[in-house]
Design a protein around this ligand. Structure first.
Ligand code: PRX
Length: 649
């Protein structure tokens, strides 16, 4: 029995949507019965330089493990995202940029984008960058970020975008891991009226001995703030581009040639370099953008993510531009200059489709309806959600207040690893249930398995796996193919393990319940608890640390750290503040702990393993159900921790 509210497909959507419910069923069946025909057909949405003959060549089994799609085809991603649209309609707007300061905006046409990308691609070539080289992009949300990504794609260089909120250390480890030759940055970024150091962070990162491979740094002048330029290494973007030739033919790339690396957190070790390739990824990005957002020519599509995360890659840049869309790029934050900012932008640029993370919606919802209702929002026709489970309250508010009950909400479940959305409503086909990502896209085969890997049918709860490959799937972890196989394909042999828990209701709707591994989701950003722990223990006064997620009204999950100090150190408010600062500098502000509890000892089994289950309960403030604690070496530890919680939060 389902008790959830059901929002049927509005009549006007059913009448004119790209995919209605019969279309959904038909495509799902075709993708299952004749995947070759289905994907061959879908792949026609891309321009191929040399057509492929083989569609799918994949196996999740150890003996013949491998993932290849369209393996003998060649194409160029930047040509698909720019040239073909510029040829048809050069004046159409590709990127609408809205600055942090509401007085600043820019519109860049497909014709202009083509010219800028070609020039910048020539700049990269002039710096010795060739096909297969890695380029790190550490930029704020400015059009040059998209230009840099597309210029790499044009010449076959592999970009690695690092979120501008990461610290010099985090940046250095990402530069080092993929052995980048070149870094693209800006003098400073602007967010919420404040300036963010970027070039200074690059300088600090490059002082790191292992970053010696970086021979040039290209700097975009964003604020004009004072920075140091190193003459033999640093180049101003605008100077270089002014001198570069405007003609740069796109490099023919094999469908399986790498397009980008994007680092993301796992449950153990350092962040992994998720690698996506050219053909399958672009097809997935374009197809999902088209069907899920029902994109129509001339419409303004706004994905309010940062380009430093996969959502920005797939929907601000690749999916939107592959479809010839006008994509809006916003430099600032939802509450600057005030809490109406998002909706003022919607009105100013006549946004039709708006896609954001629940954490931003919850923060706005807390301010009441007036900042929303004082704006028009008449241009909006579809809303989207991504990055974390959306609680039904926030969903209802989004639907009722922001969308005035007229706009369906597409709650899209996916991951850095999946390349694009996997489970999502289609607005003309799927009745909506607040809080559920609903049903899989064509060709996506989710299964729910129990701890032993037994596939559960019908209504069930368990772990979410995907039974077979899809074109947008990541192909490897940069430099660590063994870790790729080990991380995703050994827990449930023959299947891709998502790391998420999930419930399927009797109507076949999927409800993601959150991560089942040691990854937490803070404001829609993935954070490995192990990363925060290793930052904490790097502090001279810390002996040991255990980090878990705690429920947080706005962020979804907050970071709760249990810290054991070295002998004779005193855990007081000053040290707590120092450790918070320390983690921010080690990793970046997104890893700021929300609570630090000084713990004389951690709950460990006799074999020395920390029982995180107990720590999670304490962090939640739920002291009623610790379960079996008899295997603890010292069960008394639990009472001490319960008593100490009050000081931490
Ligand atoms: O736990 C799921 C959650 O975010 C994780 C993936 O994070 P990341 O790789 O950073 O990609 C985020 C943007 C796609 C997933 O394992 N997640 C993502 N979307 C949803 C979600 N949880 C529930 N509902 C969603 N719509």
């Amino acid at each position: 029995m389902t008790t959830e509210t059901l929002y049927p497909v509005p009549a006007e959507w059913a009448a004119r949507a790209k995919i209605d419910s019969a279309g959904y069923t038909r495509r799902t069946e075709l993708a299952a019965t004749d995947p070759d025909m289905f994907w061959r057909d879908e792949a026609q949405r891309l321009d191929w330089i040399a057509p492929f003959t083989r569609v799918k060549n994949t196996s999740f089994n150890e003996s013949d493990f491998g993932i290849k799609w369209f393996e003998d085809g060649t194409l160029n991603v930047s040509a698909n995202c720019i040239d073909r649209h510029a040829a048809r309609n050069p004046a159409a707007i590709a990127i609408l940029w809205e600055g942090d300061d509401p007085a600043e905006s820019r519109a860049i046409s497909y014709g202009e984008l083509l010219e800028e990308v070609c020039r910048f691609a020539n700049v990269l070539k002039g710096q010795g960058i060739a096909k297969g080289d890695r380029v790190t992009i550490y930029l704020p949300m400015i059009p040059e970020a998209a230009v840099a990504m597309l210029a790499c794609a044009r010449i076959g260089a592999i970009h690695s975008v690092v979120f501008g909120g990461f610290s010099p250390d985090s940046l250095a480890s990402r530069i080092e891991d993929c052995d980048s030759k070149l870094v693209i940055t800006a003098d400073e970024g602007c967010r919420g009226g404040k300036r963010v150091t970027l070039k200074g962070n690059v300088d600090a990162a490059l002082r790191h001995v292992h970053c010696a491979g970086v021979t040039s740094v290209i700097v975009v002048r964003r604020t004009g703030g004072a920075i140091a330029m190193q003459p033999d290494r640093d180049i101003w973007y605008h100077d270089a581009i002014a001198e570069a030739a405007v003609d740069c033919p796109p490099e023919p790339m094999n469908a399986e040639d790498p397009l980008f690396i994007l680092y993301t957190s796992g449950s153990t070790g350092k962040p992994k370099g998720v690698l996506h390739t050219s053909g399958g990824y672009l097809l997935w990005a374009a197809m999902t953008h088209d069907y899920i957002f029902d994109y129509r020519p001339g419409e303004v599509f706004w994905c309010a993510a940062d380009i430093g995360w996969v959502t920005g890659h797939t929907y601000i840049v690749y999916g939107a531009l592959a479809n010839g869309a006008t994509t809006l790029m916003f430099e600032g934050i939802p509450n600057y200059p005030d809490f109406s900012r998002f909706w003022d932008i919607v009105d100013k640029h006549q946004v039709n489709i708006f896609y954001a993370a629940p954490t931003a919606l919850r923060a706005l919802m807390r301010e009441g309806d007036t900042p929303v209702t004082r704006t028009s929002r008449a241009s909006l026709r579809l809303l989207g959600s991504v990055g974390e489970p959306i609680n039904p309250d926030a969903w209802e508010w989004y639907h009722r207040v922001v969308g005035e009950r007229r706009c369906p909400i597409v709650d899209t479940w996916w991951q850095t690893e999946t390349g694009g959305a996997m489970i999502s409503p289609l607005p003309g086909a799927t009745a909506l249930k607040p809080g559920s990502a609903s049903t899989p896209l064509f060709g996506v085969l989710p299964e729910i398995v129990d701890a032993d890997g037994v596939v559960l049918d019908g209504a069930a709860s368990g772990n979410l796996v995907i039974a077979d490959s899809w074109p947008g799937q990541m192909r490897t972890i940069w430099n660590d193919h063994a870790r790729f196989f080990q991380t995703y394909f050994t827990t449930y042999p023959g299947k891709y393990f998502t790391g998420d828990g999930c419930r399927r209701d009797p109507d076949g709707y999927y409800w993601i319940t959150g991560r089942v591994d040691d990854v937490i989701n803070v404001s829609g950003h993935r954070m490995g608890t192990a990363e925060v722990e290793s930052a904490l223990v790097a502090h001279g006064k810390v002996a040991e640390a255990a980090v878990v997620g705690m429920p947080h009204d706005i962020k979804g999950q907050g970071i709760y750290a249990f810290v054991t100090l070295n002998a004779h150190e005193v855990g007081d408010a000053a040290l707590r503040a120092e450790l918070v600062r320390w983690v921010r500098t080690e990793i970046g502000p997104i890893a700021t702990p929300d609570a630090i509890q000084f713990a004389p000892a951690l709950p460990k089994t006799r074999s020395g393993k920390i029982m995180r289950r107990i720590l999670r309960k304490i962090a939640e403030g739920d002291f009623s159900s610790f379960g079996d604690t008899s295997t603890l070496a010292d069960p008394g530890v639990v009472d001490v921790l319960v008593a100490g919680r009050a000081d931490a939060v």
